[in-house]
Design a protein around this ligand. Structure first.
Ligand code: 6CS
Ligand code: FE
Length: 306
């Protein structure tokens, strides 16, 4: 009998494996009927696919204000080479800015907005805190791809996130269309955990946030997921919002169009799923990538626009 200490083992020397999800997708709890929570129909769709897109949830004028704030922040962090700024792998452009909820009062407020938090707490079945926030700028002509991956695989191995009880909320700050590298998701992939091959290098984040090479699924496992669920891209106008499960397989292509594809991510983690010790003796990643100290539960703010 093999005693498996970690049900979501990955990057061990056991090679690739496909493991059935051992966690609920939508958790029961006190926020099932939040004022701006998902309808029963929408919740069923989220449970089945592992994501849901709410087209035009925020007015385009509000999205334009958020985009201006995003560009201001990216320029300031890029100029100052602040630790939260991650640059493209082969150019000077800013690829991502992390921990934006602590760098901008605008984003600090938005993460508590009922339009986002009601859905996150409904799905998590509990109070929530921000595990990670980031801007992915994907500038025109130069924004490189994000290869296929499950966020939970990284957060479990490198951040010690115990279970699949976190949800990513993506606010489209620009239109996402077929030309500018929209977020692509694999419907139903959240139900299978792909155990990846390879040994995590020390300080892996210094490379993985620019171009991820460890913790990426093998082609056979990816083929299995895509054959079962197909592919869907989150195309839509600025102001649309996508919620996706921490284990939903996703990625996005390089942007060779002239149009930027800027998306804002808030990762809501359940207060019952706080980070523990990383796997394989890895050193905890910095606070700006994975919140440990700054992880107080969020208080809801009335929606800015109804
Ligand atoms: O390592 C992480 O936490 C980041 N990596 C990717 C590719 N997506 C999630 C997150 O931003
Ligand atoms: Fe990701």
């Amino acid at each position: 009998m093999v005693l498996v200490s970690d049900i979501y083992q990955s990057r061990t020397d056991n090679g690739a494996a496909i493991i059935l999800r051992q966690d609920p997708v939508v958790y029961h709890g006190p926020y099932a009927t939040g004022e701006l929570a998902l309808s029963e129909h929408q919740l069923r769709s989220y449970r089945r696919n592992g994501f849901i897109q709410l087209r035009g949830l925020l007015p385009e004028a509000e999205a334009a204000d958020l985009l201006r704030e995003a560009n201001r922040l990216a320029a300031a962090c890029g100029r100052g080479k602040s630790p939260e700024a991650v640059f493209e792998p082969d150019g000077p452009e800013v690829r991502s800015v992390f921990r934006v909820h602590r760098l901008s009062a605008v984003f600090d407020r938005l993460m508590c907005d009922g339009r986002l938090l009601d859905v996150a707490r409904q799905i998590l079945g509990s109070d929530a805190y921000i595990h990670q926030s980031r801007l992915n700028l994907k500038p025109g002509f130069s924004g490189k791809e994000f290869y296929w991956h499950s966020d939970f695989e990284t957060w479990h191995v490198e951040d010690g996130m115990p279970r699949m009880r976190a949800v990513s909320c993506v606010v489209l700050l620009t239109e996402n269309n077929e030309f500018n590298g929209p977020l692509m998701l694999v419907p139903g992939s959240h139900m299978h955990y792909i155990s990846c091959v390879g040994q995590t290098p020390p300080d892996h984040y210094k490379h993985s946030l620019r171009k991820q090479e460890y913790g990426v699924p093998d082609p056979t496992s990816l083929g299995f997921l895509i054959e079962r669920g197909g592919l869907q891209s989150s195309k839509g106008p600025a102001g649309s919002v996508v919620f996706f499960d921490c284990n939903t397989m996703h990625g996005s292509n390089s942007n060779i169009s002239p149009f930027p594809r800027a998306n804002l991510f808030f990762v809501y983690n359940s207060v019952h799923n706080r980070l523990g010790t990383p796997q394989q003796g890895l050193r905890p990643r910095p606070e700006f990538i994975a919140a440990r100290d700054d992880a107080a539960m969020l208080e809801r703010i009335a929606p800015l626009h109804s």
